[in-house]
Design a protein around this ligand. Structure first.
Ligand SMILES: Cc1ncc(C[n+]2csc(CCOP(=O)(O)OP(=O)(O)O)c2C)c(N)n1
Ligand code: SF4
Ligand SMILES: [Mg+2]
Length: 319
């Protein structure tokens, strides 16, 4: 291991201050990005969190099976349509009862970006005091890998297959994190599993920001089974997503955007897609469309972060 890698590991270990509340060998596929994320959150944030979430790949583990539980946290299962509305009720109840804890509404992209977006947006607008974490595996994985609003251009899913009538998704993905930042909430950020110290800092910042209202984290969490890559490549997939600017790392406090990692010489997006089977059929032309979309989103983000210094919030809303 190089000295730099050792340093990074030490930095991450410093954040792991709490027990892992999950049992070993839970019901996720080998190499699942979601599992790494779920184990990491309480180890950094503490076990005084109450998780609430919807039917998804996370639910079998979070809900438990029969009368057995896979973990020692409190969990409240909700519907995909009303996840953030339920979290609102929970957070308000705890506040009223004087119970000090942190409600974490933990959902996939299908709930966050599509089916439950309306009440997510409403909770952000009302600045409800809880943390919403969207783990993005770019599709409805638990029901058989259907496309969602965050599925990227060209990716094959069971509803956007590759064949004579379709070449994968023919639409571009939405940028959920940017949409949430535009609610001007106390905290919004992107993160992923190749940059654990960045993720840990953002989890702690979200916990702090929750004292002032709503916090949103959008975490890129690759899915071995739905995307088609080797389980040992999960972290490499995340790393390349960052190095190609496919998934840039940034944060926004009260809507002010700041990059938390800048890639000096971004690699072409093909160095990311080459690891993943759902992109294997893409032609040079298709790859260019995906590259243009990545460049466009990054350019937009760069513009917003450059303006950071010049854009002041009204004084009454500043901390
Ligand atoms: C309103 C509603 N529509 C559809 C379903 C069926 N359903 C259960 S899990 C799931 C997939 C959820 O996708 P996502 O939120 O991205 O989580 P993932 O499975 O990818 O972890 C769907 C569509 C449902 N439970 N409720
Ligand atoms: S289908 Fe994907 S997201 Fe679901 S458990 Fe398996 S690897 Fe994880
Ligand atoms: Mg999903």
């Amino acid at each position: 291991m190089t000295e730099k890698k050792k340093d990074n590991l030490t930095k991450v270990m410093d954040y792991l201050k709490h027990e892992d509340p999950f049992s070993k060998g839970v019901a996720f596929c080998p190499g699942c990005g979601l599992e790494l994320l779920l184990r990491f959150i309480p180890q950094v944030m503490g076990n005084d969190i109450v998780i609430t979430g919807t039917p998804s790949c996370s639910a079998p583990v979070l809900l438990g099976q029969n009368n057995q539980s896979w973990h020692t946290l409190s969990y409240f299962g909700t519907l995909m349509t009303g996840a953030a509305a339920n979290a609102t009720g929970l957070a308000r109840y705890y506040r009223k009862a004087g119970i000090k804890n942190t409600v974490v509404c933990f959902n996939g992209d299908g709930t966050a970006a599509d089916i439950g977006f309306g009440n997510l947006s409403g909770a952000a607008e009302r600045n409800e005091p809880f943390i919403y974490i969207c783990y993005d595996n770019e599709g409805y994985m638990n029901t058989g890998i259907q496309k969602s609003g965050t599925t990227p251009f060209g990716a094959t899913t069971t509803t956007t297959p590759f064949g004579s009538a379709s070449k994968g998704k023919n639409l571009r993905r939405m940028n959920l994190a940017l949409k949430m930042a535009m609610h001007k909430i106390p905290y919004a950020a992107t993160a992923t599993l190749s940059d654990l110290d960045d993720l840990a800092k953002k989890l702690l910042k979200a916990k702090e920001a929750k004292k002032r209202g709503f916090a949103f984290l959008h975490v890129f969490a690759p899915c071995t089974t739905g995307w088609g890559f080797a389980p040992e490549n999960t972290i490499e997939v995340c790393r390349r997503a960052v190095k190609t600017n496919y998934f840039p790392l940034w944060e926004a406090e009260n809507g002010k955007i700041r990059m938390t990692k800048t890639v000096k010489k971004p690699k072409p997006v093909s160095t990311y897609t080459e690891l993943i089977k759902k992109f294997a059929h893409l032609s040079q032309e298709d790859l260019q469309i995906l590259q243009d979309d990545v460049d466009y989103e990054y350019c937009m983000l760069g513009g917003l972060s450059l303006l950071e210094g010049e854009c002041r919030l009204p004084a009454s809303l500043e901390d």
